[in-house]
Write a protein that binds this ligand. Structure first.
Ligand code: PMP
Length: 362
């Protein structure tokens, strides 16, 4: 039995052991093809099957309605920051953005390079320790879309619900909470996510978009950066990241085997519940960064009473087999990323470690 770390990495992140074993089994010879997935033509029947399977599972698990395209692209979510305005922000229109933290800021920066961009809600005054209140968000009359970040990976905040935007397409960067809970896709124009947290290895980006948004509303968008290019060719316009697409398919099968998104959501709540309880029950020894209504079920951010103690916590946690608990370099502190594939046992072990560390240092 391989010794597995308690892996709390923020992304790339833990993958289900069952999935890794299955990939290992099929690594050298995929289903009797005499070669691995990586050695196969992306035009082969076998790979077409892999590609179709991954798309079908996305549709099934999310209940994607008719009239939406599922795309598996490259360039990470960071490329989507540019592709969204390049394709959807016509001259004379305004792109509306929610500024909820580090990743929203990056999306806003790209949109500003392309066209008229307006921040319609922000929690910067609270140093992004909560999500902005979106209940009464006002959009410009000529809004091309409203863009938000469902989970801020660095600050550890998450939207519990989404605003209704009427005829204005709602677009969400779901990189760090995709497939972590059930979602009503029909209320979104588009969602996108890099795979490397909840869906698989890095190298592939999932985009789900309503078909009427696929054709660019701006002239001159290069072929590879147009959504319709990829939607029309089932994400096989050019050579796809074939192994990553295959791995995402295995992860989605694993999610289905767990009982789907409702069960994954329940499990995620149980997992983070253990850690948040360790924080809340510590009498101030640990302090959660995010305000309670905005706490993320994916990235638990917390602080100790001094940076010195935080350093000690990280050192001792590493010795005890925990990986990835250091907070993002921009914000410091500690962060436990508890994505779908992080086992309950890892979270229980962390909660126990936290209690023990407090006993010794409190
Ligand atoms: N958005 C969010 C919310 C993220 O967490 C990340 C990656 N950490 C990104 C965007 C950027 O993703 P990528 O590295 O795939 O470009």
């Amino acid at each position: 039995m391989t010794k597995r770390a308690y892996n709390f990495n923020a992304g790339p992140a833990a993958l289900p052991l069952e999935v890794l074993r299955q990939a290992q089994e099929q690594f050298v010879d995929y289903n009797g093809a005499g070669m691995s997935i990586m050695e196969m033509s992306h035009r082969s029947k076998a790979f077409e099957g892999v590609n179709d399977n991954t798309e079908r599972l996305v549709r099934e698990l999310f209940g994607v309605p008719d009239g939406y395209s599922v795309m598996l692209l490259q360039g990470g979510a960071s490329t989507q920051f540019a592709m969204v305005p390049m394709n959807l922000l016509a001259d004379g229109k305004t792109a509306a953005y929610v500024n909820s933290g580090s990743w929203a800021k990056k999306a806003i920066k790209e949109a500003k390079l392309i066209g008229e961009t307006r921040v319609v809600a922000t929690s910067e005054d609270a140093r992004f320790t909560r999500m902005p209140d979106l209940a009464s968000v006002e959009l410009p009359d000529n809004a091309a879309y409203l863009h938000l970040t469902s989970n801020e990976t660095i600050e550890g905040t998450q939207l519990a619900s989404f605003p209704s935007t009427g005829a204005v397409p709602l677009i969400a960067d779901m990189s760090s909470d995709i497939m972590s809970r059930p979602l009503d896709i029909a209320s979104f124009g588009m969602i996108y996510a890099g795979a490397q947290k909840n869906l698989g290895p890095s190298g592939v980006t999932l985009v789900i978009a309503r078909d009427d948004l696929l054709e660019p509303s701006r002239p001159g968008v290069p072929t590879m950066l147009r959504y319709d290019t990829h939607a029309k060719s089932k994400s096989l316009y050019n050579t796809p990241p074939s192994f990553a697409v295959y791995m995402v398919g295995l992860v989605l099968e694993w999610i289905r085997g767990k009982g789907g998104l409702a069960e994954i959501d329940r499990l995620n709540r149980e997992k983070t519940g253990l850690i948040y309880r360790a924080i809340d029950g510590s009498g101030g020894f640990y302090r959660g960064v995010a305000e309670s209504g905005s706490r993320s079920l994916m990235n638990v951010t917390f602080r100790l009473t001094s940076e010195e103690l935080e350093k000690k916590f990280i050192q001792e946690s590493e010795r005890a087999g925990f990986v990835g608990l250091k907070g993002h370099r921009d914000v410091g502190g500690l962060r436990a990323s508890t994505y779908n594939a992080v086992p309950l046992e890892s979270c229980r072990a962390l909660a126990e470690f936290m209690a023990e560390f407090q006993r010794k240092n409190g």
